[in-house]
Design a protein around this ligand. Structure first.
Ligand code: SF4
Ligand code: SF4
Length: 399
């Protein structure tokens, strides 16, 4: 979020950008900031979130603006080491570093933070963040197939609803919640359609371009229009170097917050095409919609979010099922797993993923552990190139 302090772009700029949908998403911080400032002026509340388990629908139904606060800056991660241990996930450090340096305008303008209990590092960092920012802690149970755990999760969502209502002196009616669910389902559907473009033999966009088409804020009406335009206009577009000459990669593991796209860029600059991003900045959160036919919208919301296959759950078998299905749909030729330094849950789970890739899917697997600093970029490029050589070698021997 380095560019976060530049002036928000005005409406005229947004309009001209709208003519070329691929460039519309090039300034997510400025776009988001312009929207957040305008909505705040109208009386809406800004709510910072830091995980895909937090149901944005509840925030929208409370006339809140849900903003993702996860940091992707190497500089901010380093800055956080004044307080936090250095051997900690760079997302956690970077998010906290922004708070220390007061460099994230969204965090500074937030009326409330919703903090979920996922991994230990985040959970404990939130205690420090709460010293400066109003916070509601959402307790995430850990057994995804246990109905008692689900009941607890549903209770937690009721408590979040109550907290939002109290904090913002509003009422979240079923009607408001259903409307918010409708908007978020529409956004998820559009994002799934964009991701599905990469199933093709000749995709009209790269994985990097797909990753770029995001917002820090969900459900901005202008964004949804742009997604629709992109879907129409990409028809017939080709990428360079050509898709046929590249190795089809599935990326799994940790999410790539804004500013931390380096590793994906290395994968595509080294001769790969990341056709599937099965992580929280890709397919994972948009895979499932909220069921709009269930009588109690809060229960439907609880179901959808409880199914999110994150490594903080035990056991997280849904993730393996998802990887299995996606590998087939996207015809991936290798699997690269990204682990942020000190992310224990994804790291331990990587042994299941490696086994799935090598023994079941029969594709080469590479585990990359790194942080946000570019110091190991050359080493990563070499390892990725060597993986692609293995893929090409196998292809050659099949012909
Ligand atoms: S990877 Fe897990 S902890 Fe991180 S945003 Fe996704 S669901 Fe939340
Ligand atoms: S990447 Fe891992 S350690 Fe970092 S915040 Fe997500 S779950 Fe926690």
């Amino acid at each position: 979020m380095e560019a976060a302090c530049s002036l928000p772009i005005n409406n005229a700029d947004r309009k001209s950008n709208a003519e070329s949908p691929m460039t519309y998403f090039q300034s997510p911080v400025e776009n988001g900031l312009a929207y957040a400032v305008a909505r705040k002026k109208e009386g809406a509340r800004i709510v910072g979130i830091m995980c895909e388990y937090t149901p944005r629908e509840l925030i929208l139904a409370a006339d809140g603006v849900p903003v993702c606060l996860c940091g992707g800056s190497a500089e901010m991660a380093e800055s956080a080491e004044k307080v936090l241990p250095s051997n900690l996930c760079p997302i956690i450090k970077s998010t906290f570093g922004y708070s220390l340096e007061k460099e994230n305008p969204f965090l500074e303008m937030s009326d409330l933070l919703v903090a979920e209990t996922t991994c230990d590092g985040k959970k404990k960092m939130y205690e420090l963040l709460a010293e400066k920012h109003p916070m509601h802690v959402l307790e995430l149970p850990q057994k995804p197939d246990d109905r008692d755990a689900f009941k607890h999760w549903e209770t937690e969502l009721h408590k979040l609803k109550g907290a939002l209502e109290k904090q913002f002196s509003t009422r979240i009616t079923d009607k408001k919640l259903r409307d918010a669910i409708g908007v978020m389902n529409r956004e998820r559907k559009l994002k799934r359609a964009l991701a599905a473009l990469l199933k093709s033999e000749k995709p009209p966009l790269t994985g990097r371009e797909l990753l770029e088409m995001k917002s820090l804020i969900s459900a901005i009406p202008g964004d949804l229009e742009q997604y629709e335009k992109v879907l129409l206009r990409l028809n017939g577009r080709t990428i360079s170097p050509s898709a046929e000459s590249r190795v089809r990669v599935m990326l799994t593991g940790v999410p790539l917050p804004h500013g931390a796209e380096r590793v994906l860029e290395i994968m595509e600059d080294s001769g790969g095409l990341v056709v599937c991003q099965e992580n929280c900045t890709g397919y994972k959160p948009v895979q499932e919609d909220v069921d709009e036919t269930v009588e109690d919208p809060l229960q439907a919301l609880a179901e959808k979010y409880f199914h999110l296959p994150c490594s903080v759950m035990t056991r997280n078998l849904r993730r393996l099922d998802q990887l299995r299905a996606l590998a087939g749909e996207y015809r991936v030729e290798c699997l690269i797993e990204l682990i942020w330094q000190a992310c224990l849950t994804y790291d331990v789970e990587s042994s299941w993923v490696k086994r799935l890739a090598e023994e079941e899917l029969n594709v080469p697997y590479l585990r990359l552990e790194t942080d946000f600093s570019p110091s190991d970029s050359a080493r990563i490029a070499l390892r990725v190139q060597s993986l692609y050589e293995t893929v090409k070698g196998r292809k050659g021997s099949h012909h």
